[in-house]
Design a protein around this ligand. Structure first.
Ligand SMILES: *Cc1c(COP(=O)(O)O)cnc(C)c1O
Length: 464
């Protein structure tokens, strides 16, 4: 962090001279690094911050993110109406708490819990918190089991692939569990079931399975991993739960591929997380965690607080939390229903396929993710160029598009891809404009001519 002193006395002087609401000829520095001594009018401050934030990218053109950037105006209204309610104040705001419980029920059913009266779950800030809490419960259960058998319990490990999100590595480090990371397969960028089994032993608290991976959107082979773990349980008595990281697929697969078995229909799946703020179609930050059975969440990890009124159990890392996104999730569920989510998912998947085919047909790009379970398209150049995908990413930014280029995890680290997450507001029309812009940008990098309308001020300068 930088620190710098700024004198705001001039700003205040001109406020005095021209009135508090003036903001037409502001020529003074604004306080950035130290707490200002005095007040400034809310209008001036609003304008200053508003103008500065214009430098941020346009969220609607941000093809990098999985996270929702558009909601219905009525959802926006409910969000604004409830911004001042702290979710943790269950006693004061019992209806928000009821709504959260309803959503936990709805998701448990959507994920096919075997017993509709025996599951437990919670809302979280996002999938990261949900993953930490899920794995923490598994760690606890594993330790209790070891203690009860008089066995050592000082070397827990957690098995997951190199294709997982960074939150898995975070869990391992923060909660002191050995991470056993399986390298991804070179040919299809996910892990193989038999490789998982090689790492599992009596000290394994859980196996992580990702649907779909942040890198290519593909699915780890959840059913095969489940079947091998069932076999292990039967043959050796080692019972290892699966935690499914369905951050992105949790609100896609139940609608797009309802027959696909990935959830509590699989015997070893003990817990599932999903991000409400991804394809749950809610703004950040909202996640969900569901346990297959109540007994999987140890009593010792629940905290009962009574100083806000009633005795209420909580299982979260954070205490205070906003209520609005939980309410917004309920809005979507009620408003869209299964049909609505199905239609939106179909539309996104359709636009993703369209994007993939346009890229492929251009002859300029090679689409690299072969199976498509979630609306994510990754691609690379169809042949070697003397510029990189990073250059291209930088170049299309001139048109406002934010689209990342990155290299894949170990064992495929020499593969660089670009990734587009096709969200609800990335319509077919925008797909066409985007692909044209991408092709133009590539041509420009190659030194060819581009359409005048797209010639930018940087034209003629080398792009590194
Ligand atoms: C996004 C994502 C996460 C992290 O989720 P947040 O909701 O951003 O905390 C974890 N795992 C996967 C597979 C993801 O896609």
């Amino acid at each position: 962090m930088v620190s710098k002193k700024v004198d705001i006395s001039k700003l205040r002087e001109s406020e005095k001279k021209y009135g508090k609401s003036h903001n037409r000829f502001t020529t003074e520095e604004v306080p950035k690094y130290s707490f200002p001594e005095n007040t400034m009018s809310s209008r001036t401050v609003y304008q200053l911050i508003h103008d500065e934030l214009n430098l941020d990218g346009n969220p609607d053109l941000n093809l990098a993110t999985f996270v929702t950037t558009w909601m219905d105006p009525e959802a926006d209204r409910l969000i604004m109406e409830n911004l001042h309610k702290n979710f943790i104040d269950h006693f004061e705001y019992p209806q928000v708490n009821n709504i959260e419980e309803r959503i936990v029920n709805i998701l448990a059913n959507l994920f096919n819990v075997p017993d509709e009266s025996d599951f437990i779950g919670t809302s979280t800030i996002g999938s990261s918190e949900a993953i930490m809490l899920g794995l923490l419960a598994h760690k606890w259960n594993w330790r209790q089991e070891r203690i009860s058998k008089g066995l050592p319990h000082d070397k827990p490990n957690v098995v997951f692939g190199g294709d997982t999100h960074v939150s898995w590595d975070k869990f391992a480090r923060y909660f002191d569990v050995e991470p056993r990371i399986i390298p991804i397969a070179k040919d299809h960028f996910t892990i193989k079931a038999e490789d998982v089994l090689k790492e599992v032993d009596e000290n394994t608290i859980a196996v992580g399975v990702v649907l779909g991976t942040t890198f290519t959107g593909e699915f780890d082979p959840v059913k095969e991993i489940n079947d091998l773990l069932v076999k292990l349980k039967k043959e050796k008595g080692i019972d290892v739960p699966i935690h499914v990281d369905a951050a992105s697929a949790g609100f896609i697969t139940p609608f797009f591929e309802p027959g696909f078995e990935w959830d509590f229909r699989l015997e070893q799946v003990g817990s599932i997380n999903t991000s409400g703020h991804k394809f749950g179609l809610v703004y950040p930050g909202l996640g969900w965690l569901i346990f297959r059975h109540q007994k999987l969440l140890p009593e010792e990890l629940k905290f009962y607080v009574n100083y806000l009124g009633d005795e209420m159990p909580t299982y979260t890392l954070n205490f205070s939390e906003g209520s609005s996104m939980i309410i917004a999730q309920y809005f979507n569920i009620m408003h869209l229903g299964k049909r609505g989510y199905e239609q939106i998912v179909d539309k996104m998947m359709g636009n993703a396929s369209y994007l993939a085919s346009r890229l492929q047909e251009s002859g300029e790009f090679q689409v690299t993710n072969t199976t498509r379970h979630i609306p994510v398209v990754t691609f690379t150049f169809s042949r070697e160029e003397d510029f990189t995908l990073f250059d291209l990413s930088y170049r299309v930014r001139e048109r406002g598009w934010i689209v990342p280029a990155y290299s894949l995890p170990p064992h495929a680290e020499n593969v660089t891809v670009m990734r587009v997450v096709v969200r609800e507001n990335f319509t077919r029309d925008l797909v066409d404009i985007f692909v044209d812009d991408l092709l133009n940008a590539k041509k420009a990098l190659r030194g060819g001519s581009i359409k005048t309308s797209q010639r930018s001020a940087r034209e003629g300068h080398p792009v590194s």
